[in-house]
Design a protein around this ligand. Sequence first.
Ligand SMILES: NC(=O)c1ccc[n+]([C@@H]2O[C@H](COP(=O)([O-])OP(=O)(O)OC[C@H]3O[C@@H](n4cnc5c(N)ncnc54)[C@H](OP(=O)(O)O)[C@@H]3O)[C@@H](O)[C@H]2O)c1
Length: 318
Amino acid sequence: MIKKKVLLLGSSGQMGRHLVRKLTKNNYKVICQTRNSHKSVFLKMYGSIGYIEIVEVNIFDEDKIENLISEVDICINLIGVLYEKNKNNTFKKIHVDFPSKISLLCKKYETEFIHFSALGIEKAVDSDYAKSKLDGEKLIRQNFAKATIIKPSLIFSVSDSLSTKFLTFLNILPGFPLYYNGLTKFMPIHASDVADLTYHIISNEIYSKDIEAVGPEVLTFKEILETLLRLIDKKRFLVPLPTFIAKITSRIFESFPNPLITSDQLRLLKYDNISSRNGLTNYDINCPSKISFEKGVEKYSYNWRDGGQYSVSKKEQS
Ligand SMILES: NC(=O)c1ccc[n+]([C@@H]2O[C@H](COP(=O)([O-])OP(=O)(O)OC[C@H]3O[C@@H](n4cnc5c(N)ncnc54)[C@H](OP(=O)(O)O)[C@@H]3O)[C@@H](O)[C@H]2O)c1
């Protein structure tokens, strides 16, 4: 029997897939908003029959978005961009204006609202991404006090755009740049742990909280790269890059369609991405993360090892 109806805004991404599985398995009906239903038809494989519906809606179509929100019990906003692509995909439109609008609609229809922001954005004052995520949080808090905001550190899984991109570059390049000497700290969290946290928030009716979503360990940027190299049995030069050269290269990268790093991401990378001293984390609400970075990536790293699925890692050989 269907418990509640959940609207997933931005369902085609990494968290969308994990949440479709988690929620439909637990008898929640999920309405998956996407801007391209043909590209998102794969989501049907993740959800139980009768518990998933895919709707193609432009997020700037206010009437259609209002209609969707009015018909569900819970709305989860997963829409986010790492860099600005065109005039419709600006940080302001995606991270500020859109969440502000939907928080007002959720208040109007008494729909529970869970919004995905990001960790460590308070200190990153010179990053446009961080500033826009923070402005979005502030407006949501003003508009709808009952909203819950999830603030994740790096989310990783086979469908992420971080570990998989790094694995691809580490596989083909002789070396890899260490920005800020590789010292920036992260608490990577597996996407299924974030899905468990979201389900925990819904099923325990946790409202009006900002919850930092962090993994079980603190790793520096350098340690993340070393872990990835170990998992694909490769040796590469990790080269500390002087900041002025990093700035020039990130300027060049950002002209490519799927850049390794943009100038704004370079500025963001200066700041540690770890739980804040006074913040509430998933651990504080009895929802600890179960999967370490190494154990999580090990499950899909064979794709980048010589021999692919038939490869045997050095660890397995010994
Ligand atoms: N992944 C991380 O490490 C991380 C860390 C901190 C915070 N977060 C936040 O957590 C949320 C979920 O992350 P994720 O990893 O699932 O992100 P993701 O895989 O990049 O998915 C983002 C979703 O947003 C949609 N989207 C982007 N621009 C859009 C637009 N202009 N109109 C409509 N839809 C648009 C994408 O649709 P298309 O597939 O059609 O592009 C996709 O479904 C995001 O808000 C992100 O900022 C993520």
